[in-house]
Design a protein around this ligand. Structure first.
Ligand SMILES: [Zn+2]
Length: 413
């Protein structure tokens, strides 16, 4: 590494570890946004740091969505946004994160001697490309939280440099949001008036080169079924068992059109839950499709199945509601391809090989795109997210940083 890169890496690691020390796991069971007080601690810390830089337009709303606008000095440059999430995921591991630095030359890594937790090379071939590098890893008891504090770190360091060094740049608006890991809740409630940009990016994907601008279109169907209760002693001709109505409905769906039978660009209908008592039943179905028309067709299919079950059980009452959850980023781009062109130039200049694939899921960017702000997603440089074996190679982290810096510069040229 050059001297400049070594100094930058040290600065990033110090900042990253400082943010990891703030416990900010989200909690899917909570009904508030943010779901946990730790996320308030995180955004308040960022708010203070941004204020200390002298940034005038900082706003923290009641949902812990923090935005900061750094006014541009390059007239005509597009207004660019960056969005990072401050929560770390709860996968049943410790909410507290104690990261460590490891120079890895192959072999097993003892993550935690006291608890005998290891990264065994034979079990984790995904580590192999990073032999000889410095890695940031966990102490085996938690995730690392590079998802997404690597992005928080990159953006905060760049905010500092934009203010201190004043390179040419357009308007830059940073957004730090809570609760991404529990259904993109922060990005869904963020006030977009505080995020006045032409397009934005999230830095929330894994390995160097990953660039995602195609995600599912997602909708959720809820079918409420009302049966007729009766004592089994004299139920003949009277009882309508809502559980059997629900079962009839579920078996109408194509058994091959499910997550476990599809891949790549295929969508699916996923019956996620069925709950009942003797009077009512509720069936929930997730609908996913890369294609908007495909998603609409799936909605129609749900309605047709409900109608068929209703016809078979005329004395039951079926009601279906379908809500939009998030949208394919690519479909929100329209004719404005600037965020893709910029990324292409950035990759070329930094000689990064693109790894572009349709994501069978959603990101904060899918929520923002559905709300009208095209927001593709690129890499942090890390891997094994949502695992105690989550790892952030320092070189990859630095590459994500250099790319972000360059995107800001290129947009102002
Ligand atoms: Zn994430």
């Amino acid at each position: 590494m050059t001297q400049d890169n070594t100094a930058t890496a040290e600065r990033l690691i110090a900042r990253f570890f400082r943010y990891l020390a703030v416990t900010s796991q989200s909690d899917a069971k909570a009904t508030t946004v943010p779901s946990t007080p730790g996320q308030w601690d995180m955004v308040r810390l960022l708010q203070q740091e941004l204020a200390a830089l002298g940034i005038a337009e900082i706003h923290l709303d009641e949902h812990a969505c923090l935005t900061a606008r750094i006014p541009g000095n390059a007239p005509g440059a597009p207004r660019m946004g960056f969005c990072a999430h401050v929560d770390t995921v709860d996968v049943g591991l410790s909410p507290d994160i104690k990261p460590q630095r490891v120079r890895w030359n192959g072999g097993d890594i003892c993550l935690n001697a006291a608890q005998d937790i290891w990264m065994r090379e034979a079990e984790h071939p995904e580590y192999l490309p990073y032999k000889g590098q410095e890695l940031l890893v966990t102490d085996g008891t938690s995730v690392l939280g590079a998802d997404n504090k690597a992005a928080v770190t990159i953006l905060m360091d760049l905010a500092h440099r934009l203010v201190a060094e004043k390179p040419r740049h357009g308007d830059i608006v940073l957004a730090f949001v809570p609760d991404e890991e529990i259904g993109l809740r922060g990005a869904k409630v963020m006030d977009l008036k505080r995020f006045p940009v032409d397009f934005a990016y999230t830095i929330d994907s894994c390995e160097v080169g990953e660039f995602i601008f195609e995600t599912f279109n997602a909708a959720a169907a809820t079918v409420e079924i009302e049966g007729v209760t009766a004592h089994p002693i004299n139920a003949k001709g009277i009882m309508v068992n809502p559980l059997l109505v629900a079962a009839d409905l579920i078996t109408r769906f194509d058994p091959l059109d499910t997550p476990e039978h599809t891949e790549g660009r295929e969508g699916y209908c996923y019956v996620t839950s069925m709950a009942n008592n003797s009077a009512t039943a509720t069936v929930k179905i997730n609908l996913r499709d890369f294609d908007r028309a495909g998603l609409e067709a799936r909605k129609e299919k749900v309605r047709a199945h409900v109608a068929a079950t209703q016809a078979k059980f005329p004395r039951a009452k079926l009601k279906v509601e379908i809500e939009e959850v998030y949208a394919n980023i690519a479909e929100s781009l329209g004719n404005d391809r600037r965020c893709l062109e910029l990324m292409e130039r950035g990759f070329k200049e930094l000689q990064i090989t693109p790894r572009i694939f349709p994501l069978r899921g959603g990101t904060d960017g899918s929520a923002l795109s559905a709300r009208g702000v095209p927001t593709p997603n690129y890499f942090t440089g890390g891997f094994n997210f949502h695992s105690r074996h989550e790892c952030l190679p320092v070189e990859g982290f630095l590459t994500a940083y250099r790319l972000t810096e360059r995107l800001i510069g290129l947009a102002a040229e």
